[in-house]
Design a binder for this molecule. Structure first.
Ligand code: OFO
Length: 163
């Protein structure tokens, strides 16, 4: 079944959001690097790669369904992000926004009676649970630490290990 134009439009807008997430995390990664937090920078760079994969997986899917991929403009992300806690609170807030947009994409698939897209999108619904959980854990740890720099550096070191 060929994809409906409503679904096609909804996928294109989600592809833009995933690339925007990638761009945002790259900007945060660069920022953390300039603050000498190489572990946070690494974690965010891995996240940048993941977001590109999220977008590309949708690009491939849309093509497979005979849809038209229309890449959209990406807004420039901010340059400064404040403290590590502020960086990760920003990540969490962004992921909550992405979760709600994945949910509305899923709802569009339901409204359009597109069963194949619903099944495809289940992976994203599950992935968002993980995305929010990961960001929440880092936010909680940084909140516990407060402004003790030894604690911040400890979390920074730990995040360097992310694959
Ligand atoms: Fe693609 O999950 Fe984050 O934004």
């Amino acid at each position: 079944m060929m994809i409906t134009s409503k679904m096609e439009q909804a996928f294109n807008s989600q592809i833009q959001k995933e690339f925007h997430s990638a761009y945002l995390y790259l900007a945060m990664s660069v920022y953390c690097e300039t603050q000498n937090y190489s572990g946070f920078a690494h974690w965010l760079k891995v996240q940048y790669n993941e977001e590109q994969e999220h977008a590309m997986k949708m690009v491939a899917y849309l093509l497979e369904r005979g849809g038209k991929v229309t890449l959209q403009t990406l807004e420039a992300p901010p340059v400064d992000y404040g403290s590590p806690l502020q960086v990760f609170e920003n990540v969490l807030k962004h992921e909550q926004f992405i979760t709600s947009s994945i949910h509305s994409l899923y709802e569009t698939a339901v409204a359009e009676k597109d069963l194949a897209a619903q099944i495809f999108l289940q992976w994203y619904v599950t992935e968002q649970v993980e995305e929010e959980a990961n960001a929440t854990q880092i936010v909680e740890q940084l909140k516990m630490i407060g402004d003790k720099s030894s604690g911040i550096l400890y979390v920074d070191k730990a995040l360097e290990k992310r694959q």
